[in-house]
Design a protein around this ligand. Structure first.
Ligand SMILES: Cc1cc2nc3c(=O)[nH]c(=O)nc-3n(C[C@H](O)[C@H](O)[C@H](O)COP(=O)(O)OP(=O)(O)OC[C@H]3O[C@@H](n4cnc5c(N)ncnc54)[C@H](O)[C@@H]3O)c2cc1C
Length: 366
């Protein structure tokens, strides 16, 4: 089958990977370079973890996500998962840190539980006076996104896929199976996979009722010199507790120490607008980390990156069929970790025609 994949984020690249493996003739079109630093998948790293708070459906299918990455590492000839494990902490009863722990309990997921002083002894960047407890799980860590994209692009080229980079799709004729590019050329295919991330509404405007666009930012921090070694070995931090919805990724293999926070995201109209960080934005993110981080004033902001992404109302992933086009969005701020698994599932649905089964799986309701 001839399949055209629009978008070279993790959803598009992984779908192209799985389609190539099952013998399809794949063309992947990406409006920027690969990796594209403006894509949600274009950052240095993203977290993978088993903890899913109250979203038990995704906690149930997370094993498939881990297994799909292992299959991808075998194909690429190396792993891009830094297996640091995952730490979380609670500051107040009922906060997100506690909800993630309750999720582990419901799923029967093993974790090590630490009293505040024990946690600060293991992780000296924590202020023990500000947490009720911390807990650690071995599974998970940081997925090295830019390296994954570069390796997948290489692998796809070797397998004969056509990669059209810096090539923007301006329109999709789903009935004819035709994709029009900004240079006036066309690509025709039996099936079109639209994995356009935050830009999808430009191509498929009817999804505006189901997908809301947001802009956010992530800050890369330089820790004080005496805490650098502690961070160099640190796990991913799933949630810092309290109200910030903040998470952190440690420096791994040349990447930076990063913070992001759910409370920092804002509704947006255009995925390309406001992509320059605002003055002081990094400091705003840095300050969200205290509590529970000790000595937050001793950290400096090395740089800030902005991101655009879409959310569904219930924060589940989405697929949408329009004639020969299948739109896929592993959205709502938690889709990277499922990237390889999404690719496999989309490729399977293209073969079987089971769009309903795909949607049920993407919504973690299968
Ligand atoms: C700040 C932030 C933190 C996150 N943290 C995590 C995390 O820790 N763990 C996790 O699992 N998930 C996380 N996510 C979510 C995750 O990053 C996304 O779910 C995932 O990267 C989405 O991948 P995608 O391929 O669907 O979209 P994208 O990565 O945005 O890719 C879409 C691609 O399509 C291309 N494109 C769009 N329109 C066109 C066009 N017309 N023509 C050609 N190409 C086009 C774009 O250039 C882009 O490369 C986070 C998201 C954000 C924003």
């Amino acid at each position: 089958m001839k399949v055209c994949v629009v978008g070279g984020g993790i959803a598009g690249l992984s779908t192209a990977w799985a389609l190539c493996k099952s013998g399809n003739q794949v063309t992947l079109i990406e409006q920027g370079p690969l990796p594209n630093p403006l894509a949600a998948s274009g950052d240095e790293h993203r977290m993978i973890r088993r903890g899913y708070g109250s979203a038990d459906g995704y906690a149930r299918i997370i094993s498939e996500a881990f297994a799909a990455w292992e299959e991808m590492w075998r194909d690429l000839g190396r792993s891009h998962l830094a297996r640091r494990g995952v730490l979380a902490m609670s500051q107040n009863p009922g906060d997100d840190g506690e909800k993630f722990r309750e999720g582990y309990d419901r799923m029967g997921e093993a974790y090590e539980l630490y009293e505040p002083k024990d946690a600060a002894r293991r992780y000296p960047f924590l202020d023990p006076a500000t947490i009720r407890y911390a807990y650690f799980t071995k599974a998970g860590g940081a997925l090295l996104c830019q390296r994954i994209a570069a390796d997948l692009a290489r692998w796809l080229g070797e397998k004969g896929a056509a990669l059209k980079l810096n090539a923007k799709v301006t329109a999709i004729d789903a009935t004819k199976g035709q994709v029009r590019l900004a240079d006036g050329s066309h690509v025709t295919a039996d099936q079109i996979i639209v994995a356009a991330g935050a830009w999808v509404l430009r191509l498929i405007p009817e999804l505006a009722r189901r997908l809301k666009l947001y802009r956010t930012a992530l800050a890369y921090l330089t820790p004080p010199a005496d805490l650098a070694a502690a961070w160099a070995d640190a796990p991913a931090i799933l949630d810092i507790g309290g109200k910030a919805e903040a998470y952190m990724l440690p420096p791994v293999d040349g990447t930076g120490l990063k913070v992001g926070a759910g409370v920092h995201k804002r509704p947006a109209d255009d995925p390309d607008a406001n992509r320059m960080p605002v003055s002081g934005e990094g400091d705003t993110l840095r300050k969200l980390l205290s509590p529970p981080l000790a000595r937050i004033e001793d950290y400096s902001v090395a740089r800030v990156v902005t991101c655009a992404y879409t959310f569904t109302a219930d924060e589940k992933f989405l697929s949408f069929r329009k004639d020969r086009a299948l739109v896929v969005s592993a959205c709502s701020g938690h889709g990277y970790k499922f990237g390889a698994a999404v690719g496999r599932r989309v490729a399977e649905a293209i073969q079987t025609g089971d769009d309903a089964g795909l949607l049920a799986w993407l919504r973690a309701e299968a």
